[in-house]
Design a protein around this ligand. Structure first.
Ligand SMILES: [Zn+2]
Length: 353
């Protein structure tokens, strides 16, 4: 089974101007999340990876040497989910003009479907840019969500693994990347399947693969999400992108194609600020939601997501298919061989072994 698949774009989401920070309206607060590793997890300490020899990469660590997951990478993941399930613009970088692939050929790129071009100008932002920010165009908008680094709260066991090579994306393989109905247009947004069997390791060490220090499954982290001035619909999208559905897990960090990075995110505490009340009476206007009421509160916002973003149920269905965590899944997840690609140039992704 190929390690990734595509989430359909659906319809473009509405482009509107964002509520600015300075006004006292909208929802604000802090959501405390717990993140449990279901597979090994890895975020490298450095982005400088030697290319000429076998790389040995250590984990990113925070104060006291405890492994952490950087907030920037968590924000990237949550954003990509929010984008996919709300018809938001595509923030993926396109290949640079004049660049070439490893065989010296110009890269293949696909057109972004109409309505999904990257937002420009703060008065016409897609749902994800209105929440997470948009830095392109003349008037950058910083966004209304910040996510902290995730700190380990349990004992952390680590393990060095030599993982299989992470292949470069192969957009040249048109029959997979191109929309079957629209020539030259991108098919969807790429997400990686979970591999409950664990990481694909090897005993071979070459310049193509890496040996990495990974956090073992079962490790628990905590991080917080601060948000200000969100509309109810924006908050619903944020909450849904954070918790998804009970059977679904996120993929974070490096090594997604070789079975790393599956995590379960749960909300464990929620502070909600009523800005207006806080403004009128000092110290008032803050409520903490936890325990039994928390489950109902999260459920209420998940329902609101389904109501307000009903147009993107097909996209959500695709993501659900790719990101459902089934611990009993025995099917192997990995790239078909080079030989297979050579012999089956025109086989659609659904029929890949
Ligand atoms: Zn956008």
């Amino acid at each position: 089974m190929n390690p990734y698949d595509f989430v359909r774009f659906g319809q473009p989401g509405p482009r509107e101007s964002a509520i600015r920070h300075e006004c006292f309206k909208g929802c604000s607060g802090q959501i405390l999340c717990q993140l449990t590793a279901y597979t090994h997890l890895f975020t490298p300490k450095t982005q400088d990876v030697p290319r000429q020899r076998h790389a040995r990469l250590a984990l990113m660590r925070g104060a006291g040497g405890v492994p952490l997951l950087p907030g920037s990478s968590l924000k990237g993941v949550i954003r990509s989910v929010a984008e996919a399930i709300s018809g938001s613009c595509l923030t993926l970088p396109q290949p640079r003009r004049g660049s070439v692939d490893y065989r010296g050929r110009p890269p293949v790129s696909y057109r972004i479907p109409r309505g999904f071009e990257h937002c420009r100008g703060a008065d016409r932002l897609c749902p994800a840019c209105r929440e997470f920010g948009s830095l392109s165009g003349d008037s950058p908008f910083l966004g209304k969500i910040s996510i902290s680094d995730a700190q380990a709260t349990s004992d952390v066991d680590v393990e060095w693994l030599t993982i299989e090579a992470l292949m470069e994306p192969k957009p040249r393989h048109k029959v997979w990347y191109e929309d079957p109905q629209r020539r030259g247009v991108m098919r969807g947004r790429k997400f990686y399947y979970h591999r409950p069997l664990g990481p694909r390791t090897t005993t071979e060490k070459s310049k193509y693969n890496k040996t990495i220090e990974a956090v073992k499954p079962g490790t628990v982290f905590e991080f917080s999400v601060d948000y200000t001035n969100l509309t109810d619909d924006e908050l619903a999208l944020l909450v849904f992108a954070l918790v998804l559905e009970s059977e679904m897990c996120h993929k974070v960090g490096m090594g997604k194609p070789v079975g790393l990075g599956s995590v379960k995110i749960e909300i464990v505490r929620w502070e909600q600020v009523d800005r207006q009340a806080r403004y009128e009476q000092l110290g008032g206007g803050m409520s903490v939601v936890d325990g039994d009421t928390l489950v109902a509160e999260v459920g209420r916002w998940q329902t609101r997501y389904h109501e307000q973003y009903a147009k993107w149920q097909d996209s959500l269905a695709d993501l659900r298919r790719i990101w459902t965590w089934d611990p009993a899944m025995k099917e192997d997840v990995g790239y078909p061989s080079r030989d297979w690609f050579r012999r089956n140039r025109n086989v659609p992704i659904e029929e890949a072994p």
